[in-house]
Design a protein around this ligand. Structure first.
Ligand SMILES: [Zn+2]
Length: 216
């Protein structure tokens, strides 16, 4: 592996070159840390690579902008209702500070959220289930990202599905959604009886409903 510097659009970038005997063509990628990553054959010269990058400058600027935009969106890190600044560093994994969260460039945030959610959601579900004011069947739990709903309850199979995004909100939101879905095991609709059960098990539910609607 060798590294060169190159100027594109008034910025200096690292060009990381990986030469392999098995690689026939030359491939250019832009990494999450904005390094330009070139894979090519052992015989490919630095001069050839520089010319190739210059010839494809427009396309590479586009690739850089895609990564930049994605990173700007992920400027903040949310976990159980707290907002942290998201900082990319060279150390592997994830480290929590008081106001900041440090992650490596290749860190898979969604995978981490999923792992955390599997722990936290199950604990909350069990707690709420055991304190529930009615006898209901014990539901199985599924977690996935959903676009339009915080939770879904399959009344027939007793399966509760919770939106992974709830891991970013304060735990009261998660608890409300669990109460809501468990109440569906008694009433499959949103009738007055249904809301009575919700209210019995979660007093402040009207406030939380507003909060969850606001950022939908
Ligand atoms: Zn509902």
């Amino acid at each position: 592996m060798s590294v060169m510097k190159i100027e594109i659009d008034n910025d200096i970038y690292n060009v990381v070159i990986e030469r392999k005997r098995s690689t026939k063509n030359t491939y250019i990628r832009v990494k999450e840390n904005l390094d330009i990553y070139v894979t090519c054959n052992t015989l490919t010269s630095d001069r050839y690579i520089i010319n190739l990058i210059n010839d494809n400058e427009k396309r590479i600027i586009k690739m850089i902008n895609v990564v930049r935009k994605r990173k700007a969106k992920e400027e903040y890190f949310f976990y159980l209702g707290k907002r942290y600044d998201l900082v990319y560093i060279n150390k592997k994994g994830i480290t929590f500070g008081e106001e900041k969260v440090f992650v490596s460039n290749d860190f898979d945030l969604d995978k981490w959220y999923k792992k955390e959610a599997e722990k936290v959601f199950q604990i909350e579900l069990d707690k709420i289930y055991h304190n529930f004011t009615y006898r209901i069947p014990y539901p199985s739990l599924t977690i996935r990202k959903m676009k339009t709903r915080w939770g879904v309850c399959n009344v027939k199979t007793h399966k509760v599905t919770l939106n992974l995004e709830l891991i970013k909100k304060r735990i009261e939101c998660l608890d409300y959604v669990i109460v809501h879905e468990l109440s569906h095991l008694l009433y499959a609709n949103h009738s007055k009886n249904f809301w009575n059960v919700v209210g019995e098990n979660y007093q402040d539910y009207k406030k939380i409903r507003k909060e969850l609607k606001q950022d939908e």
